[in-house]
Ligand binder design. Structure first.
Ligand SMILES: [Zn+2]
Length: 130
């Protein structure tokens, strides 16, 4: 698909890149959508949000029982333009991204990434909407 930089007009080839290669303009990341593989339920996230057991119970099915409240934090990344994920402190079960446990620092959360609790519980697929 790609996108056109509103500041300098250069067309970017990849939707996964949110920073203009020509002038450094950072575009807004749009809405983040979490899709639960167990239920096909969807959660749209437009602002920085803490995700926990109570919210997961509304769309993600029975695996919400493995989550703490909160379990992880979603935030816009002001430097790279996309979304990032960070684990909440003190959770019983670790949050994984694409099969690897999250470190304490926020990690980029690109479209197509998969969030799980532990290696395989509560599979959430990441999508972006403009
Ligand atoms: Zn530009």
């Amino acid at each position: 698909m790609g996108w056109k930089c509103p500041q300098c007009g250069v067309v970017q080839q990849s939707d996964a890149v949110n920073v203009c290669e020509a002038c450094g303009f950072v575009r807004s990341a749009g809405t983040l959508v979490l899709v639960a593989e167990q239920t096909a339920g969807r959660l749209q996230v437009g602002v920085d949000t803490a995700i926990g057991k109570e919210l997961l119970e509304t769309f993600a099915g029975t695996d919400h029982v493995y989550a703490a409240d909160p379990q992880f934090l979603l935030a816009r990344d002001p430097v790279l333009g996309g979304w990032s994920i960070a684990p909440a402190p003190g959770t019983k079960n670790p949050t994984f991204l694409n099969g690897a446990a999250l470190a304490d620092a926020p990690a980029p959360l690109p479209p197509g990434a998969v969030i799980t609790i532990g290696p395989d519980k509560l599979r959430l697929r990441v999508e972006n909407e403009p």
